[in-house]
Write a protein that binds this ligand. Structure first.
Ligand SMILES: CC(C)(COP(=O)(O)OP(=O)(O)OC[C@H]1O[C@@H](n2cnc3c(N)ncnc32)[C@H](O)[C@@H]1OP(=O)(O)O)[C@@H](O)C(=O)NCCC(=O)NCCS
Length: 163
């Protein structure tokens, strides 16, 4: 059982390199397999998981490392109208529950705020709702994805609270 009092490892964040697209796509596939509802579809069609190169361009890909090893990544996409979308958040299953996901969300928030956006959106797997709520998102709706029903969640970014 996880020791909640154990110190969390130091997570180093950096831009994703275009050349690591395939290894990040593999990480995304491994991470997504943890969802029982998605597992069969993912095992039947590996192609469901696709990380477009353009999502990693211009600082859109954020990689998390622990001790020099890639352990997770997120994708931040500009949507327009003051909105950025967290287009992906994936952590190696054996490195889950150690703060990597939160570190990536916080970095995505900082980057979206720096670009002047006021809202951060995510289309969340059902099983990830609790993690996203914990990281500040609120549920605003539902949608369908290639992997089935998913949740639309939003959070207001700090500098937008001017009132
Ligand atoms: C979802 C995922 C990215 C989370 O990454 P992680 O590194 O395990 O998350 P963290 O350890 O940083 O936890 C983030 C917060 O959520 C909390 N949390 C974790 N599991 C939770 C749960 N089931 N319910 C509620 N909160 C939860 C943690 O306690 C932590 O809160 P804290 O920082 O206030 O202590 C990771 O499990 C993953 O890759 N899952 C498979 C792919 C996926 O579902 N991606 C997201 C949907 S697109």
């Amino acid at each position: 059982m996880e020791d909640k009092t154990a110190p969390k490892p130091v997570v180093v964040l950096r831009d994703a390199h275009l050349a690591e697209r395939l290894s990040l796509e593999d990480l995304q596939w491994r991470a997504s397999l943890v969802h029982p509802a998605y597992r069969n579809a993912l095992l039947e069609d590996r192609g469901i998981v696709h990380l477009p190169l353009e999502h990693l361009a211009d600082g859109g890909g954020i990689v998390a490392e622990i001790d020099g090893k890639v352990v997770g990544f997120a994708v931040l996409l500009p949507v327009g109208g003051g909105v950025s979308e967290l287009g992906g958040l994936f952590v190696e299953p054996e490195m889950a529950d150690q703060g990597v996901g939160r570190a990536l969300v916080e970095e995505a928030k900082r980057r979206a705020e720096r670009s002047g956006d006021v809202l951060l959106k995510v289309v969340a797997a059902l099983k990830a709702e609790g993690v996203y709520r914990r990281c500040g998102f609120e549920l605003v709706g539902e949608t369908e994805t290639l992997l089935g029903r998913a949740l639309i969640m939003l959070q207001r970014l700090e500098h937008s609270v001017a009132e």
